[in-house]
Design a protein around this ligand. Structure first.
Ligand SMILES: [Zn+2]
Ligand SMILES: [Zn+2]
Length: 142
């Protein structure tokens, strides 16, 4: 059994860890995977484990604070839920992820919600292909 004091301490540690992780995600540009988040968190706090990072990411996801993306096979990326919904273009050559805003999805969301009588919370448009740099490189090779 934990004493009251120990429980309070543990609780405080969890909140400060959560704050740190959210803070890192907030200041990061683009998308981070759990390893990168862990690496950055360790730079600022040494007592933190990778499983804590994973656990918190799952929690953030459940709370709707963070979005999880699968840009690459077997690799999950995370970002704070943006104020304006955006979508992703993923280059299959270099793995670059570009964001774009698509007002049409708003219309689509309303239409599908009405047609299907479904409450839609989020939409994700994910387009894959080759960026201009990769296409240029490819042309240069052939
Ligand atoms: Zn590329
Ligand atoms: Zn994004």
């Amino acid at each position: 059994m934990k004493t009251k004091q120990e429980a309070a301490l543990a609780k405080h540690r969890t909140t400060s860890q959560r704050r740190l992780l959210l803070d890192i995600m907030h200041s990061a540009e683009g998308h981070l995977d759990a390893d990168e988040l862990y690496r950055r968190a360790r730079e600022r706090k040494d007592r933190l484990s990778l499983s804590t990072v994973y656990r918190n990411l799952q929690l953030f996801k459940k709370l709707g604070l963070v979005e999880e993306h699968h840009f690459e096979e077997g690799r999950h990326c995370y970002e704070l839920k943006p104020a304006v919904e955006h979508h992703h273009l993923i280059c299959l050559g270099c793995g670059r992820v570009e964001e774009f805003i698509c007002p049409e999805t708003q219309y689509m969301k309303e239409k599908v919600a009405k047609d299907k009588n479904f409450k839609i919370l989020s939409t994700e448009v994910r387009m894959t292909g080759f960026c201009s740099a990769c296409r240029r490189k490819k042309r240069g090779e052939s």
